[in-house]
Design a protein around this ligand. Sequence first.
Ligand SMILES: *Cc1c(COP(=O)(O)O)cnc(C)c1O
Length: 359
Amino acid sequence: MTQIYNFSAGPAVLPKAVLQRAQAEMLDWHGSGMSVMEMSHRGKEFTAILEKTEADFRQLLAIPANYKVLFLQGGAIAENAMIPLNLLQGKAADYVVTGAWSKRSVDDARAYGDIRVAANAESSGFTHVPAFADWQLNPDAAYVHYCTNETINGVEFVDVPDTHGVPIVADMSSHILSRPIDVSRYGVIYGGAQKNIGPAGLCLVIVREDLLERASPLTPAVFHWKTQAEHQSMINTPPTYSIYIAGLVFEWLLAQGGVAAIEQVNIAKATLLYDYLDQTDFYYNPIEPAYRSRMNIPFRLRDESLNDAFLKAAEARGLLQLKGHRSVGGMRASLYNAMPIEGVQALVNFMQDFANKNQ
Ligand SMILES: *Cc1c(COP(=O)(O)O)cnc(C)c1O
């Protein structure tokens, strides 16, 4: 097989070592005679997998003991509805809109109560995070919701705002485990697995224990955080194979030195691509430098008539899935943890060649 690099925004590249291990364990997990796909979710083998997966995840993010980790289904979008159901209690909630995903969160939550937009960067084309001082926060809000990394627009939060005790609910789907975070600053953190963790079908939710008491009686049992926390995420059959692969990714990440170590690699990768984008006239990235995402880097050709030729030539060089999201167009390179720096170097080399040929 020729070397390819997969820049998909999600489902996305996984570490090759993880895929090889899954392949080796496919028919017979640890001498059990069974594939993980064939195991009872309540059996001792899968119980061991789930416990190890949670322990490694806690270690990677230094999750404090007063937070529960839930392994849910329905992706991050299901949580858009479950957040108000689990937390709103008839109050209002504040949302900050910094791109397509946080905007979608507002739309999905509106059916459940008084959803207010405390800051919105849409009029500037989603190229920055509004200054915290300009957020119109309601001190009586049930929570403040935002998306810490906008996968489509390429905008990333660096700091955590002071919300004066109002719990922060953060969609970290596309940069969770890419940089250290202080979990204790958040009430709820959630993320779909298919960006930086594993296969689709799994959504991780980290929730502070005291917030488990606020759910509406209308909350479905499979999405009721307290019920799931009391049943080790097994009120129904969890996505067992996705959890197993996530566990292998966590082991791989620990072997890389953990989140602080991978952050250094992620900085090097993103710097390589942004530095090139900033010194060429052929391509550009529109995001204000202070808010540029390390994980998802949208860029455009100044001559958009070359877009198709660019994508075709990239694919011929083994550089896959560089097309930008259909809502914004252009290109996007996602540089998740599993993307080696060699892939980013290959991309920059290709972009230089393409620019030279089409100048
Ligand atoms: C991909 C993504 C989602 C949607 O995830 P689904 O698994 O499709 O529900 C939500 N938020 C962010 C930030 C994402 O990157």
